[in-house]
Design a protein around this ligand. Structure first.
Ligand code: MN
Length: 200
């Protein structure tokens, strides 16, 4: 099965005022769709064409050499955006509770410290990329990746990621990436993040 763009789990305007409807529509229907089209084109006719995207991204070095770059970027883009849409919700925001909330507090010193560190990772990513909360096998950590790279290619588990490509925020926030990151907290679907944490 070739990859396909998953429907957004909410309306384009559901994340207003944090993320505007036009950004969501272009981001989902144009940017994500392009990653899917290009990933499928790169994989077509190879033995990897029907492989789950997670398996592809954890085995990039096993792909034909001329496919590794296009697949890293485009299958990565497909995976990252699929995770990103699911990480947000119309009634998102607030703070995580339970085991995830406790792990964040004990690892980062408190929820606001965690927020500051993830924001710094997003601001510090030069150019395009992502900032992530991951489980690295022993505990929680914050990392950033360039382009459409994903922590699973490094053997880590992404729990929450925020897209810091300009296409994710430029219509509403222009050059103000820090303002976008501040607003994005109001969208986070902590129940989904807790599910991922519990599954590690
Ligand atoms: Mn994006």
């Amino acid at each position: 099965m070739a990859f396909s763009v998953p429907p957004l789990p909410y309306d384009f305007n559901a994340l207003e005022p944090h993320i505007d409807a036009q950004t969501m529509e272009i981001h989902h229907d144009k940017h994500h769709a392009a990653y899917v089209t290009n990933a499928n084109a790169a994989l077509e006719g190879t033995e990897w064409a029907d492989t789950p995207v997670e398996e592809i991204l954890t085995n990039l070095s096993s792909l034909p050499a001329d496919k590794q770059g296009p697949v890293r970027n485009n299958a990565g883009g497909h995976y990252n955006h699929s995770l990103f849409w699911e990480s947000m919700s119309a009634d998102g925001g607030g703070e995580p509770t339970g085991a995830l909330g406790e792990a964040i507090s004990s690892t980062f010193g408190g929820f606001s410290d965690f927020q500051a560190q993830l924001k710094a990772a997003g601001i510090g990513r030069f150019g395009s990329g992502w900032a992530w909360l991951i489980h690295d096998g022993s505990g929680l950590a914050i990392v950033s990746t360039p382009n459409q790279d994903n922590p699973i290619s490094d053997g880590k588990t992404p729990l929450l990621g925020v897209d810091v490509w300009e296409h994710a925020y430029y219509l509403k926030y222009q050059n103000r990436r820090p303002d976008y990151l501040d607003a994005w907290w109001g969208t986070v679907n902590w129940e989904k993040v807790a599910e991922r944490f519990a599954a590690v």
